[in-house]
Design a protein around this ligand. Structure first.
Ligand code: HXC
Length: 510
């Protein structure tokens, strides 16, 4: 018996070495952790339980039968993050460059199936040279099996991808269909075709980092949600993110202990909005002052900064925040901000996370680039996402809510539950100057008359009361009491249920 136990230990030790010490050293030399080190950092200490440690590939072409390392380039299993169940796979670059074979894919599929059955998030750590070249179409089939599971799991369990090395070709489409993508600066990249192919086809000279590095994908393409300096930081942030999320679409997000009075009064908010309507202010200040302990977990911080998306907690419960940022493009909605916010709203709605919307929006950004780029369709995404959401929704208009953007930003008409406005709110079709120049075009040459018309328009519409008279605003509230009002509103909505008519699925403008 002793021998048998020792043999098992030897086999295990061998499997844990992956592609061998030399390749592990090379991995470390690049500033990267190994697949197992990453799992150890991601999960609670000692909580990892591995599946399929001894699975080996079945390929017999190109001499592959002579090298059949245990595990086949991916470590899979389950464990906990702050005591909550998660499933994980972590590609091992030291084994055939982490490339995906038929059996490698089967290991990933097995834990994805278990995650869906047991209602727990899947976290995928990607570090791979793509399809196992020696296996040909069997490897492509393996990818497609993973893709199909990504699609079926979407909206059922949270799926998080962490890119910690190469992720190229069709392989990018698995992370692309997950809910969040994190990348590590300088060591990870994602692209459909790499720099060499780009050079051949388009004659563009570009490095892998420029084409598909973490900075490119968090600032330009918005493929990724966050970029971090190293593996350790990225994994710590995944743990923080998971804390905000429910385990699946049938459970509420976890309730965390909180030490911040929900009735806290914030006197400084009474002076947050500047006297001059065109002077910007930082909407993040309001966000930090509303959430428990000032904590805010921002999603896509470096992309479309004219809108802010992220998670806070109120009374220990997760709330998704969407807020116009007057500091950038005056808080206008445009293509990028509409897409960013629409996807976030839909994530929250899938997973029963209530949505707080903070509005200061002068309208949609004008211009040919916006129109040619399809701002009509992209803006419609946000409108559609809000109109479709059935989670508790609370909206606070701090200043401008003009035109179509007023409708889009979780207005009463899109079935938001509580619509509050600060006394500084201006709910109107457009700003006073623009409005006057249209309806009093005949007086355009008379500055005195125009000034008077503008003042008349401001007196009539540059306030929240016209909307409040119609019930489009439920209450005009004191800025200093916003946290209390929002907390009470969400508390009253905890049992909200909306029944929608049956349909196969909608046809959101894409
Ligand atoms: C089999 C692979 C592999 C692959 C790397 N290796 N990629 N083995 N299939 N796809 C092996 C290498 O042979 C090498 O083995 C080890 O992994 C490390 O690779 P290196 O090249 O030494 O590492 P590095 O210099 O860091 O370069 C990494 C790399 C490069 C940029 C990823 O290996 C590369 O270009 N690989 C091929 C990428 C590719 O074309 N993949 C197919 C894409 S198409 P040894 O034994 O020497 O350590 C695709 C389609 C998916 O993925 C479609 C889904 C629908």
């Amino acid at each position: 018996m002793k021998d048998i136990l020792e043999q098992l230990e030897e086999r295990r030790a061998d499997a844990r070495l992956g592609g061998g010490q030399a390749r592990i050293d090379a991995q470390h030399g690049r500033g990267k952790l190994t697949a197992r080190e990453r799992i150890d950092l991601l999960l609670d200490e000692g909580s990892f339980e591995e599946f399929d440690m001894f699975v080996a590939h079945r390929c017999t072409d190109f001499g592959m039968e002579k090298q059949r390392p245990a595990g086949d380039g991916v470590v899979t299993g389950w464990g906990t993050i702050n005591g909550r169940l998660v499933y994980v796979f972590s590609q091992d670059f030291t084994v055939f460059g982490g490339s995906l074979s038929e059996t490698h894919a089967q290991k990933i599929c097995k834990i994805m199936d278990m995650a869906v059955q047991n209602g727990a998030p899947v976290i995928g750590i990607n570090d791979s040279g793509g399809a196992r070249i020696q296996e040909g179409v069997a490897s492509l089939a393996g990818y497609a099996e993973v893709f199909q599971r990504n699609i079926e799991a979407s909206g059922v369990i949270p799926q998080i991808s962490v890119i910690m090395g190469p992720c190229a070709g069709g392989a990018v489409y698995s992370p692309a269909m997950t809910d969040f993508i994190f990348m590590v600066k300088d060591t990870s990249y994602m692209f459909v075709t790499g720099p060499d192919v780009v050079k051949t086809v388009t004659n563009e000279q570009v490095t892998a980092e420029e084409l598909g590095g973490a900075v490119t994908h968090t600032r330009k393409s918005s493929v990724a949600d966050a970029a971090f300096d190293n593996d350790v930081e990225a994994l710590a942030e995944v743990r923080r993110l998971v804390d905000f999320l429910p385990a699946n679409n049938r459970e509420k997000p976890p309730v965390r202990p909180f030490f911040d009075d929900p009735n806290r009064i914030e006197a400084s908010l009474d002076t947050l909005v500047p006297a001059n309507a065109n002077t910007p202010y930082d909407m993040k200040e309001l966000i930090h002052k509303l959430g428990d302990e000032g904590d805010f977990y921002e999603i896509q911080e470096d992309f479309a900064k004219n809108i802010i998306t992220g998670f806070m907690r109120i009374e220990g419960r997760t709330v998704g925040v969407v807020a116009n940022q007057p500091m950038v493009l005056a808080g206008c909605l445009d293509i990028d901000s509409s897409r960013k916010a629409a996807r976030f709203v839909r994530f929250c709605d899938c997973f029963e996370i209530p949505i707080l919307t903070l509005v200061d929006v002068p309208g949609f950004l004008p211009g040919t680039s916006q129109e040619f780029g399809g701002v009509i369709k992209h803006g419609a995404k946000l409108l559609f996402a809000y109109g479709q959401a059935t989670v508790p929704m609370v909206t606070v208009i701090t200043r401008k809510a003009y035109g179509g953007a007023y409708d889009v930003m979780a207005s009463k008409h899109l079935r938001s539950d509580f619509n509050y406005a600060w006394p500084t709110a201006e709910v109107a079709v457009m700003g006073a100057k623009g409005a006057t120049e249209i309806i009093h075009r005949a007086d355009l040459k008379d500055p005195e008359k125009i000034a008077q018309h503008t003042k008349d328009y401001e007196d009539r519409f540059a306030n929240p009361f016209v909307a409040a008279e119609r019930g489009f605003i439920d209450e005009v509230i004191m800025p200093h009491s916003t946290r209390k009002r929002v907390a009470r509103a969400f508390a009253s909505l905890r049992n909200k249920k909306v029944v929608t008519p049956w349909k196969k699925h909608d046809n959101i403008p894409l």
